[in-house]
Design a protein around this ligand. Structure first.
Ligand code: SF4
Length: 475
């Protein structure tokens, strides 16, 4: 690990170095909140569903869309969703407050009861574990507004400004469609204090096509976007993302930071180097977040072609070099989000048995493997019957499947923080008792910081992972 030469030796220098490698988070608490949970009709019942104006599925009515993953919020999977049932801002803000309090409690419990054991198991030097312990106990929070299209929530501006007024860092993972319809929304989001806008860019045919899109004016982009079939959500999101980026660039005054999520798959891996270099060169400043396409959360292994995993290994090796260059302040070709531990875990998984399953998410990492993992807490819909207690959604669980649902736990705007903290603590035991626990995932934000990754990592990968960590970081 190359120490921060600019800082004096000591905890601050260590913290700065850990941040540059992305091994610790800026905030002590992370919450991803699905703000577009709604009720939908299912027979005679109302169940929790999702509201989205996109359809991100691999097929639609039996025909391939070009998309590479199935999002639970896709409109074709949420027929009869009732838009008016979405929770209002004051309810969601109360729920987020409860969750943040619960996460702080659970972080304190984890640090006092389990952190030392974790540090010993993973061989952390004390000067590093001291800094990490303090970081986990930090009171500040990062909240990611998530969902189908969270910017379509009618109170989105109140949500952002309410969270900022409470002192939290606010990110939004959005599609960009509402910006395309109403570009003034970007100015309003920026004025509300939004910190980060995350957009998706993974269904694009070639780097030449990307360069072509980046040359188009917003009006030209909108014109071409109109020609995309309605059910091809991933494709629409590329155009919406470029439109949003271009509109953001023209915005005077303070702007949110920009992050691009890019699912890596057989259709784009061969040109990913050029793709990331083009984005890094033409969209400064931007943080790029590539990750292998995930399917384990829906009990699938992606059918990768023969050479794919070898090429993915080369890509992961290059990403590790890029992470190290960035942390050392050397010039980078790709402006990646710093998270060296994530790439080291991918490499450890690729170099062992069943790499296709591992890269699809199977058992490589699980948010519920221990109390230290999955600390980027998710609040989502749950597939449960909507009860009489209020708005749908708002359940501690997982956006991607229902395996963590707790039917007895009320929505977070009703549950007491202490009860929510107890639930967070009980996740490993609950999953152990479940007949069908989730098989895992490798979504970078959810995998989280180094502690979350290591405590959620399959123990069978531990030695290979640690050997790489020692080689690159010296511990
Ligand atoms: S491992 Fe956890 S976060 Fe990932 S898909 Fe499964 S339940 Fe969700």
């Amino acid at each position: 690990m190359e120490p921060d030469q600019a800082a004096a030796p000591g905890p601050e220098s260590t913290r700065s170095t850990l941040l540059r490698y992305g091994l610790i988070a800026q905030a002590g608490v992370g919450v991803q909140f699905d703000v577009t949970s709604v009720a939908r009709r299912s027979g005679n019942q109302l169940v929790n569903g999702y509201l989205c104006d996109h359809n991100c599925t691999i097929t639609y009515r039996g025909v391939l869309t070009g998309g590479q993953y199935n999002c639970p919020a896709a409109f074709s999977l949420n027929k009869a969703a009732i838009a008016s049932s979405v929770a209002p801002a004051d309810v969601i803000l109360r729920g987020i407050g409860h969750v943040i309090d619960a996460c702080r409690m659970e972080n304190r419990r984890f640090v006092s009861a389990e952190f030392d054991d974790y540090s010993r198991t993973f061989g952390l030097p004390s000067f590093i574990s001291d800094v990490i312990r303090k970081q986990i106990l930090a009171e500040n929070a990062e909240v990611t507004l998530f969902g189908g299209s969270p910017e379509a929530h009618p109170d989105i501006l109140d949500l952002v400004s309410g969270l900022r007024a409470a002192g939290h860092s606010v990110h939004i993972t959005m599609t960009g469609r509402r910006v395309m319809r109403s570009p003034a929304l970007l100015r309003q989001l920026a004025d509300s204090g939004l910190n980060v806008i995350a957009l998706s860019m993974d269904d694009i045919g070639s780097v030449d096509e990307l360069r072509g899109l980046l040359r188009l004016s917003p009006d030209e982009l909108r014109e071409r976007w109109r020609a995309i079939p309605r059910a091809h959500g991933q494709r629409q999101k590329v155009y919406e993302a470029v439109y949003t980026v271009r509109t953001l660039e023209a915005l005077p005054g303070p702007q949110p930071a920009l992050l691009l999520n890019i699912a890596v798959h057989p259709g784009n891996l061969a040109t990913m180097d050029d793709f990331l270099s083009t984005l890094s060169g033409q969209l400064q400043p931007v943080a790029l977040n590539p990750f292998p396409i995930q399917s384990a959360f829906e009990q699938r292994v992606t059918d990768f072609p023969d050479q794919y995993l070898g090429q993915l290994g080369q890509f992961v090796a290059e990403a590790i070099e890029e992470q190290c260059r960035g942390a050392a302040g050397r010039p980078q070709r790709w402006s990646l989000v710093p998270r060296l531990h994530y790439w080291l875990a991918l490499q450890a998984a690729l170099d062992g048995p069943a790499p296709a399953s591992r890269m699809s998410g199977w058992e490589t990492w699980r948010c519920f493997r221990s109390a230290g993992s999955g600390r980027y807490t998710q609040i989502a819909g749950s597939g449960q019957v909507v009860d009489e207690t209020g708005s749908p959604g708002g359940r501690v669980g997982c956006f991607w499947n229902e395996s963590l649902s707790a039917p007895e736990m009320p929505a977070v705007w009703i549950a007491e923080p202490g009860a929510l903290a107890d639930y967070l603590q009980s996740r490993p035991a609950r999953a152990g008792a479940s007949a069908h626990p989730c098989d895992g995932c490798l979504f970078p934000r959810l995998v989280g910081d180094m502690v979350s990754l290591e405590t959620g990592l399959d123990p069978a990968l531990r030695d290979r992972y640690r050997a790489r960590r020692i080689a690159h970081l010296g511990f």
